[in-house]
Design a protein around this ligand. Structure first.
Ligand code: AMP
Ligand code: MG
Length: 472
């Protein structure tokens, strides 16, 4: 029996200026690196047993039954600069499926050029494919809203970046691929028909209770405030929070030059293209507010009374920093075993983060050591830390079961950048075992285990990854 994916293809019913229908470009000699059977089952995919068929389909060599492949149009502010036209330059959505948890897009990434490719080749090399597979699945296991990984393929072809590299195709699953930039492209063109249709589609799909554009905006703001606070709580740096990499669903999307921090520093940057630190760890809450202001601007034309809606939308955006702060407090107090936070706890959190900065402490290991109630090797037993410990101990006396809470909020392992880079290097050399091992271990990030222990080690000086590069 052949593979069955219950496609519904609702995006294809939107006005045609929003996308270009086309087929993926075949590759020479594909092979299957990984297929996420658990996720496939959640999506209602059946008969996913024939690896040769899975390979053909997720390499883009065969269009599965019922699919309606299309490349989506969008625009973006990239590093604050307006770019009026982008779009899926190396991706094609096969279609969307309806599940009990809502609708999900299935998208091939690296499947050949599209009308939106500009000067790009429409391809991806293996590095970004494996990086996105591991990190997006790790984020999911950490309980952070994210796009998922369905498949990874090696194409048997080379792609040319600075050197020749092995090519890959990644299959991404997302609650939708509607970005702030999707609204922006239509608003900038004053395409009211498209804007209205996209708005109605996005409401129906993500926030059916939202009665108007203001409520929709407020829902997106809430979802993004929760998301960014969760990123902060695991030391995650997205790296390229351009408005095309910012969903209205509130899922993390586009794992290009992202990274989890080892040594804590509030202004840590990893992306080699982020020269001015716009997307540094500590700037993420400000940037998401900026992105929401761009979304607000796009939604104003949908309202009958412009003056009033500008007022209302401005107020909605101005409410976001407080929301972010409350989510941040909730996430960080939970990391300290505090289940009912108060404003006074902010100082406790901030003081710890300051000590961690001064002592260059490992973010993940510090919180985990506190959770396991062990002497705290990531931090020097300095006076500053000792007096902080005392205050914290006094504070958690009021809590019922702080350590149990902490062991569900402070992961034992995270995908560390140097391990990702080593895994990619092995894969390029033909060994995919480290890729599979990372996936297995990261699927249970809160569990202490002997197998995971080597993955808890921060990089040695010669293993440090100073910069990660754009997903191209
Ligand atoms: P990203 O940095 O992955 O968010 O990509 C930014 C834009 O560049 C998107 O519109 C991509 O589709 C496009 N792009 C990135 N890499 C390529 C490539 N190799 N070929 C064509 N378009 C690309
Ligand atoms: Mg992108």
């Amino acid at each position: 029996m052949s593979l069955s994916i219950p496609f519904a293809n609702t995006y294809g019913t939107l006005p045609p200026q929003l996308f270009t229908r086309m087929k993926p470009t075949s590759v020479a000699n594909p092979s299957l690196i990984a297929f996420n059977h658990d996720l496939a089952t959640e999506l209602g995919i059946e008969n996913a047993e024939d690896n040769a068929e899975l390979t053909r389909i997720f390499a883009g060599n065969e269009v599965p039954h019922g699919a309606d492949p299309l490349a989506q149009l969008y625009a973006a502010h990239q590093f604050g600069q307006w770019n009026p036209q982008l779009g899926d330059g190396r991706a094609l959505m096969l279609g969307d499926v309806k599940t009990t948890k809502g609708r999900f897009d299935i998208q091939l990434k690296g499947s050949g050029p599209t009308p939106y490719s500009r000067n790009g080749d429409g391809r991806s090399w293996l590095g970004p494919v494996l990086r996105e597979y591991v990190i997006s699945e790790a984020m999911h296991a950490l309980g952070i809203p994210t796009t998922r990984a369905l498949a990874a393929i090696s194409t048997g072809e080379q792609v040319f970046r600075e050197t020749a590299l092995p090519g890959g195709v990644f299959t991404r699953v997302a609650a939708s691929h509607i970005r702030v930039g999707t609204f922006q492209v239509l608003a900038a063109r004053r395409d009211m028909e498209g804007l209205k249709a996209l708005f109605e589609h996005a409401v129906e799909r993500h926030y059916p209770e939202a009665k108007d554009p203001l409520e929709f905006l407020q829902s997106v703001i809430q979802a993004q405030a929760k998301l960014v606070a969760k990123w902060m709580s695991v030391g995650f740096i997205h790296g390229v929070m351009n408005t095309d990499n910012c969903t209205v669903s509130g899922e993390t999307i586009d794992y290009g030059p992202c990274a989890f921090m080892d040594e804590f520093h509030p202004m840590q940057v990893f992306s080699s293209i982020d020269r001015h630190g716009r997307y540094a760890y500590g700037n993420q809450p400000d940037i998401i507010v900026w992105n929401m202001a761009q979304l607000a601007t796009c939604l104003v034309p949908l309202m009958p009374d412009t003056d009033q809606s500008v007022k209302d939308f401005t107020e909605a955006v101005h409410a976001m920093p407080k929301m972010l702060h409350l989510n941040w407090r909730k996430a960080f107090t939970a990391k300290l075993g505090i289940s009912s936070p108060t404003a006074e706890d902010d100082v406790l959190i901030q003081d710890l983060l300051r000590i961690m900065t001064d002592e260059k402490a490992d973010f993940t290991n510090t919180f985990r050591a506190l959770s396991d109630n062990i002497a705290n090797p990531p931090l020097d037993q300095s006076d500053a830390f000792a007096s902080w410990m005392q205050r914290w101990q006094t504070r958690i006396e009021r809590e019922d079961n702080p350590y149990a809470l902490m062991r569900t909020t402070n992961p034992y392992i995270i995908p560390r950048n140097h391990q990702i880079e080593a895994m990619i290097q092995s894969a390029v050399d033909g060994d995919f075992a480290p890729f599979h091992r990372l996936n297995t271990l990261l699927s249970k990030p809160f569990e202490t285990s002997a197998e995971a222990l080597p993955y808890t080690h921060p990089p040695m000086d010669d293993e440090r990854v100073e910069a990660t590069f754009c997903g191209t």
